[in-house]
Design a protein around this ligand. Structure first.
Ligand code: GLU
Length: 390
């Protein structure tokens, strides 16, 4: 079983020839990895990033398998990536990249086979292009082929901020078990994009003081709490958190991770808390908004220091949960209200939190070991019950 689950079931690598706006042609690399097919179609985001490699996509695809199993969402895990820095390409170029990537992979995608969603460097516009390209080639509109679409194209209300909501649902539970009241709690959020921005907003709405945030341009700090609505307006105006009135800059933006706060929410990319800095992390609780922000070595150091780490496959699963809701709605052409989505998301997140927390307590495990072992069990059971063919 270990060997079966350690390897992805399918991996596809594609070349993406791109005509740049200046007429030159360059060839990009793209990947899609389907890690596990035992419980349903595969599901997972598509990222555009200069660091994308097949190994990174493999790891992210496996995480999606555990995430879906843990949240009782009937999918296996997948992930896609294109090695490209989206900030260096025009919108028209990004559209051509997305459409060519989608047609190269059209034979493995589909609402019953593999369903992408946004991830680092992609958004609802990317999903609209993917849905359109797939649909045009099939000769019919297929809304269920991707999730995280614009609402006008069969997206779900509540999908855009679902990951952030889920992060905050479990963060508030983690504060409770550590006996920290929300009114006294402080938080630092790394990343102010699809996950971090909403997390900061929902934390402050829950009366947690958000004292520091960062983005790719820099980090800011305000010991008595940032005015998050004001900060969001500043970001909409200037494109960055840097220079927000009433805050002071943190010279090295990575130092945000070392602040003395109750809650630290890494919500940017993987591998930011490592053996090199974990010993200096002072947060009481870490809630992993990003996928894989803590390395294995750092995890051991944090646990030894008594820091409660809420693992990614639980903490950031709100996104795929509402992706599942979107897929169900699209397949049935029947749309739910914002309240239906929010309530069903909250109840799934809290149920998963309770399962993981109780399992960790009863077996004396970390939350990560508890979450992973529960998820692996679900997938292993599915394999055993299906049996081996031929
Ligand atoms: N990219 C998100 C994740 O890592 C969402 C995946 C999805 O909705 O399919 O969980």
């Amino acid at each position: 079983m270990y060997e079966l689950l350690a390897e992805p079931r399918r991996e596809v690598a594609v070349s993406i020839p791109l005509r740049r706006d200046n007429g030159e042609v360059e060839v990009l690399r793209g990947f899609r990895v389907q890690h596990n097919l035992s419980r349903g179609p595969t599901k997972g985001g598509l990222r555009f990033s200069p660091d994308v490699s097949i190994d990174e996509v493999r790891a992210l695809a496996m995480w999606m398998t555990w995430k879906c199993a843990l949240l009782d969402v009937p999918y296996g895990g997948a992930k896609g990536g294109v090695r490209v820095d989206p900030r260096k390409y025009s919108t028209a170029e990004l559209e051509r990249i997305t459409r060519r990537y989608t047609s190269e992979l059209a034979h493995v995608l589909g609402p019953e086979s593999d369903i992408p969603a946004p991830d680092v460097g992609t958004d609802q516009q990317t999903m609209a292009w993917m849905m359109d390209t797939y649909s045009v080639n099939r000769g019919r509109t297929t809304l269920g082929v991707v999730t995280g679409k614009p609402i006008a194209l069969g997206g779900s209300v509540g999908r855009a901020d679902a990951t952030s909501r889920g992060v905050v649902h479990v963060a508030l539970e983690a504060l409770k078990v550590r006996g920290i009241s929300t009114h006294q709690a402080t938080a630092a959020v790394q990343g102010f994009g699809k996950v971090g921005r909403g997390a900061a907003r929902f934390l402050s709405e829950a009366s947690v003081q958000v004292v520091a945030v960062s983005d790719q341009y820099g980090a800011i700090y305000a010991p008595h709490g940032l005015d998050v609505p004001g900060l969001e307006a500043h970001v909409d105006r200037t494109g960055s958190v840097v220079g927000f009135a009433g805050s002071e800059p943190i010279a090295a933006k990575e130092d945000l991770l070392l602040l003395d706060v109750d809650l630290l929410i890494p919500a940017a990319v993987e591998g930011v808390i490592t053996a090199a800095n974990a010993g200096d992390v002072q947060a009481r609780i870490i809630v992993e908004g990003a996928n894989g922000p803590t390395t294995t070595e750092a995890d051991v150091i944090l646990n030894n220091r008594g820091c409660l780490v809420v693992p990614d496959i639980l903490a950031n699963a709100g996104g795929v949960v509402v992706s599942y809701f979107e897929w169900v709605q699209a397949n049935q052409s029947y749309w739910w209200s914002a309240r239906d989505v929010a309530e069903r998301l909250e109840s799934r997140m809290l149920a998963a939190w309770t399962r993981v927390y109780d399992h960790a307590e009863s077996r004396n495990l970390t939350l990560r070991s508890a979450a992973t072992s529960l998820a692996v069990q679900v997938v292993a059971d599915a394999h055993r019950q299906r049996g081996l063919y031929p």
